[in-house]
Design a protein around this ligand. Structure first.
Ligand code: HEC
Length: 139
């Protein structure tokens, strides 16, 4: 084997190593980016939440402005408990009827327009809608 061939082989090996390193570096960066912002779990929830929202809520609600119903931005902070919020989304009239002060006041402020009940939504669906809202309010 002469020196020229040896050099070419060495150069080839070095090139391969550089490319391989670059690739893993890129992959690692993508992985850390993902966990920092959207984990696969929440990405799935955002998608589910968005799809339910677009089918069942968007006729009256937007995340960042008032329509027939109030803007849903920051909605979780307005409710004393998540239990009440979930119950309201399931059947708003049941909570308003139970004289929950916040729900009653909201109903009055929105000119007593009734939000339809959504008995078929599971708690997991509502959780997904709320995750979607949180995601959408940042955009
Ligand atoms: C027909 C219109 C309509 C539809 C459809 C509707 N809403 Fe509402 N929603 C309202 C109105 C009006 C209010 C204000 C309270 C009231 O009048 O009962 C409200 C209030 C709310 C609130 C409380 C907001 C706050 O500021 O505390 C939440 C949460 C909510 N809606 C979620 C949903 C979700 C989730 C869906 C879809 C599954 C949905 N709504 C579908 C009309 C609607």
């Amino acid at each position: 084997m002469n020196t020229v061939m040896l050099r070419t082989i060495c150069l080839g090996i070095i090139c391969c190593m550089l490319v391989a390193c670059g690739e893993t570096d890129k992959k690692q960066k993508a992985a850390t980016n993902n966990t920092a912002t959207v984990t696969p779990d929440t990405a799935e929830m955002i998608e589910t939440g968005q799809s339910i929202f677009l089918q069942q809520c968007v006729s009256c609600h937007a995340v960042n402005m008032n329509l027939t119903g109030p803007s849903l931005k920051g909605v979780e902070k307005r409710w004393k408990s998540n239990e009440k919020l979930y119950a309201f989304i399931h059947n708003s009239q049941a909570i308003i009827g139970a004289k929950d002060e916040y729900a009653q006041d909201l109903f009055d402020r929105w000119n007593k327009v009734q939000m339809p009940p959504f008995p078929s939504l599971k708690d997991g669906d509502i959780a997904a809608i709320l995750v979607y809202i949180k995601h959408a309010e940042k955009n």
